[in-house]
Design a protein around this ligand. Structure first.
Ligand SMILES: [Zn+2]
Length: 390
């Protein structure tokens, strides 16, 4: 894509409170937003590891009256949104604090939407330009990530499995961006190695896929390359030693940069990964990590130069190499990273079978992310990519 004859609209609007200990700013930030009775949207895992208690204590210290909703599923479904809304109304809430990984943050956004927007959720589906039906009159929201992966705290989308579409449905609007992201890497210190690896691979994939995607957005391109650098330098360290606060901090930044970068668009990795979660319940970031090398190989045909650009961001020396050779070095580095963080590079290791592929490929074609993949992909391509990842 080039800059000729093109008008583009860019925005980097999120207020971000970032760094170890940022949780202490919760009272100040909710105060600025006029929140007194927030709904805390989270899941049982976050409650179980004590993080919800820490946030509740901070909220209490700030004089907030908190209502807890911990009913978010690992891959959130619309019933979670309706249940959350019920709690919101019952608690007479005036805003939302979402605490958790992408599931809790996205559900928080969808509950927030639901407070003032009553159409069936499928009408807000990005694939039918549903974002145009979303106005600015949403209650305030503070997003607090407890993983370093989705970057949903700075993103404009909520991904929810809806009954009517029977797939991970993307609801996309600038009004869904949380008013404040409080990104405190201390909240990720207790994350187990497997989840650290899976979520971190999601962050890496966002940066890499955004860089390759067809959207025109040089500002996002620059962010994507540095986000890639932070992820490649720090993910294995964060997996090896969960208490490494420097690695945790850099990964949290890499995750936010990935989500900012994918304002530009994503690609086939995400279209292939989404059905693996909705049909086979595979962790989103783990699915991305496994699919990334084969999709990069597939995209080499159209994107050698762009793949070569990624080499320096991965601290790879490709001087004297052709674009094709440099692209191979980049893809090999991703494979090596998977090994370093202990994620098997085959979908079959997670119970995915050949028989599941036709249904998965059909769903992947319905997913909008693929539309900005640099190389167009047909259903047969999707089948082939699943087979190569099996
Ligand atoms: Zn993702």
């Amino acid at each position: 894509m080039s800059a000729e004859n093109r008008i583009s609209i860019f925005a980097f609007p999120t207020r971000i409170v970032f760094g170890p200990g940022a949780l202490r700013e919760l009272g100040g930030e909710t105060g600025r937003l006029g929140m007194k009775r927030p709904l805390l949207v989270t899941d049982r895992g976050v409650v179980g590891c004590g993080l919800a208690d820490r946030v509740s204590a901070e909220a209490k210290r700030a004089g907030l009256s908190l209502t807890l909703f911990d009913g978010v599923s690992p891959n959130p479904v619309e019933q979670n949104v309706f249940d959350g809304l019920e709690k919101y109304r019952a608690g007479k809430c005036d805003g939302i604090i979402a605490l958790g990984g992408g599931s809790a943050l996205d559900t928080g956004k969808a509950v927030r939407l639901r407070v003032t927007h009553g159409l069936p959720l499928e009408e807000y589906d990005d694939l039918v330009n549903g974002g145009e039906k979303i106005g600015p009159d949403l209650p305030p929201m503070v997003a607090m990530p407890t993983t370093a992966g989705t970057g949903s705290e700075v993103g404009r989308s909520a991904v929810i499995i809806l009954k009517a579409t029977d797939r991970k449905t993307v609801i996309f609007s600038p009004y869904l961006i949380p008013r404040v992201a409080i990104a405190d890497p201390e909240l990720t210190l207790g994350m187990p190695p497997g989840l650290t690896a899976g979520t971190g691979l999601d962050a890496l994939t966002h940066n890499v896929e955004a860089y390759l995607s067809l959207g025109y957005h040089p500002m996002c391109d620059a962010i994507a390359l540095h986000g890639t650098r932070l992820a490649v330098r720090n993910l294995a360290a964060a997996v090896r030693d969960g208490k490494n606060l420097v690695a945790r901090t850099e990964m949290m930044m890499a995750a936010m940069m990935g989500a900012v970068a994918f304002q530009k668009g994503l690609g086939a990795v995400h279209s292939l990964a989404h059905p693996l979660s909705s049909i086979a319940n595979l962790h989103h970031g783990t699915a991305n990590g496994i699919l990334l090398p084969p999709v990069l190989e597939f995209n080499k045909l159209t994107s050698e130069e762009r793949l070569r650009d990624i080499a320096p961001a991965m601290d790879l020396d490709v001087a004297g190499k052709s674009a094709s050779e440099a692209a191979d070095v980049v893809i090999e580095r991703v494979r090596r990273l998977l090994k370093e963080v202990g994620i098997p590079d085959r979908l079959s290791a997670f119970g995915i079978t050949r028989e599941m592929i036709p249904a998965l490929a059909k769903k992947a074609m319905e997913d909008g992310c693929r539309l900005l993949n640099p190389r167009p992909c047909s259903e047969a391509d999707m089948v082939a990519l699943y087979e190569r990842s099996l």
